[in-house]
Design a protein around this ligand. Structure first.
Ligand code: AMP
Length: 480
């Protein structure tokens, strides 16, 4: 199957060719002809499968007829995070290079004024996060009655972030006759209900399951004591990796992203950060610096990093073991993309073993320990004052020394920190742990809902999933 067999317009085909793509990915081959025919599409696919082009390309072809009117966008794409929204905007710039379309982005953290001006001019494509879209609508700055095509992307992530009521509201505000293109990696009952309520006789397009998470990614567990010892473990790990080109480091909480970022920077690493409390410009700048290699490491929270398409990431480090096993698959899927090899290591403390069990059940395989297992760790010798506030929380109760010798094979070619101060001195200067801190701080509207997730999970509530085996990393066919 070739792109020119899908029914796309000449302008779109030219742009696809200029992008260097020769064959459509499975989701593109199946969804594009149906979308062009005006049918509703229910696409079950995750990031990395080429799903963005699966809705962008037919939209561009269809937008060639007609014009946008002031305040009345013609098409609407809903994304759960600002970064994903910005990524979709980039896709329109790439594939829409031969079109003169007005594309507007409506996301939190950016001034209302500029966004309003674009919408006033008449947007052919409006890409938005649900919260900011409703804010705009409620202020009377936007009419949704001209929407011809509605795209709901990453629907299960929207569910995770508590956006489903917003999505339902938006679906009722757009014309009944619009076309809906709906994408989700998984189909829990809440999402199925949503598709039954708002899609009209959709064609269901499901991409083939990938073999497993393990085909191109070397996974490993690294035992560690908690808190400051964990940061030491991470540093040793980074320094000892011989083929580390760049790495994404995941923390579970936004405040820990900030602390770890500060710590790594103080230890001389080339590092940026990405989390929901940063303003939009800083987020974009961090991401750009990482993508173009200006910084080698980036510390992220899940919400900020979900779905980002960053090619060529050699390593993923889970500084915190993810408490939700699905996040593990998404995190490690940042590396080993498009058939390239990748390395994903997870630092594990005593408190994390239950999460590792869940992850291993989900991916249906055991992950090997790199170096000693938890029971074999020497005692934690981190000075007591550097463990303040963590007592009884991080498994740091025994005293003793960091057990991160596992990967300490001497210095490799990775980013080598030039410690101008003794490690203890640097660590002691970091923001102390606040035992009263909430799991997440106040966040902008589109991420506030996501902050509730850890609390929900701590109560033991799990998001139901239709089919765990669908959780996998799919590889798109890519340009070399
Ligand atoms: P997505 O799933 O939309 O995030 O896309 C994942 C990656 O695949 C992006 O880097 C796209 O640019 C790339 N891609 C999309 N379609 C194709 C294609 N037909 N051939 C090769 N790469 C593609």
């Amino acid at each position: 199957m070739q792109f020119n067999e899908l029914g796309l317009s000449a302008k779109v085909l030219q742009a696809v060719e200029a992008s260097g793509y020769t064959t459509p990915t499975p989701i593109q081959a199946k969804a594009i002809p149906e979308a062009l025919a005006g049918r509703d599409v229910l696409g079950i696919a995750q990031t990395g499968t080429g799903k963005t082009a699966a809705f962008t390309l037919p939209m561009l072809s269809r937008l060639e007829q007609g014009r946008a009117r002031a305040r009345m966008p013609r098409t609407l794409i809903l994304e759960p995070t600002r970064e994903l929204a910005a990524q979709v905007e980039e896709s329109f710039a790439k594939y829409g290079a031969n079109h003169k379309l007005n594309v507007a982005l409506l996301i939190g953290g950016v001034s209302f004024g500029d966004q309003e001006a674009k919408i006033m001019r008449g947007a052919d494509v409006l890409i938005a996060t649900p919260g900011r879209l409703l804010d705009f609508f409620e202020r009377g700055k936007l009419l949704l009655t001209g929407i011809e095509i509605l795209v709901i992307d990453e629907a299960d992530r929207m569910l995770d972030m508590g956006f489903i009521p917003d999505i339902e509201k938006i679906c009722k505000l757009v014309p009944f006759t619009r076309q809906t293109l709906f994408f989700s990696a998984t189909m829990p009952p809440e999402i199925t209900r949503l598709t039954e309520a708002f899609l009209h006789n959709p064609v269901r397009v499901e991409v083939a399951r990938a073999a497993s998470t393990a085909t191109t990614i070397t996974q490993g567990l690294v035992a560690s004591h908690g808190h400051a010892a964990k940061r030491e473990t991470l540093r040793r790990l980074i320094r000892s990796e011989e083929n580390l080109k760049n790495a994404i480091i995941f923390c579970n909480r936004k405040r820990d992203v900030a602390i770890l970022h500060k710590s790594l920077a103080k230890h001389g690493f080339s590092v940026g950060a990405l989390h929901g409390d940063m303003d939009q410009l800083a987020r974009m700048a961090s991401l750009e610096a990482f993508k173009n290699g200006d910084v080698q490491l980036i510390v992220c929270s899940d919400v900020a990093a979900r779905g980002l398409d960053i090619p060529d990431v050699s390593h993923v480090f889970n500084f915190d073991a993810p408490t939700h096993s699905e996040d593990y698959v998404h995190r490690i899927g940042r590396t080993g993309r498009a058939g390239k090899s990748g390395v994903a290591y997870t630092i594990v403390t005593d408190d994390d073993t239950k999460y590792i069990d869940q992850i291993e059940r989900l991916i249906a395989r055991k992950i090997d320990w790199i170096g000693p297992q938890l029971s074999e760790l020497p005692p934690d010798e981190t000075p007591r004052e550097m463990r303040r506030g963590r007592e009884g929380r991080d498994g740091d109760r025994r005293g003793g020394r960091s057990g991160s010798r596992s990967r300490d094979r001497g210095h490799g070619t990775g980013p080598r920190g030039r410690d101008v101060r003794a490690p203890g001195e640097i660590e002691a200067s970091l923001e102390p742990f606040d035992p009263n801190a909430q799991p997440t701080e106040a966040a902008p509207r589109e991420e506030r809902a996501a902050s509730d997730r850890p609390a929900r999970r701590e109560r033991g509530e799990r998001r139901p999933r239709e089919d765990l085996s669908l959780i996998h990393i799919s590889e798109p066919t890519r340009r070399s």
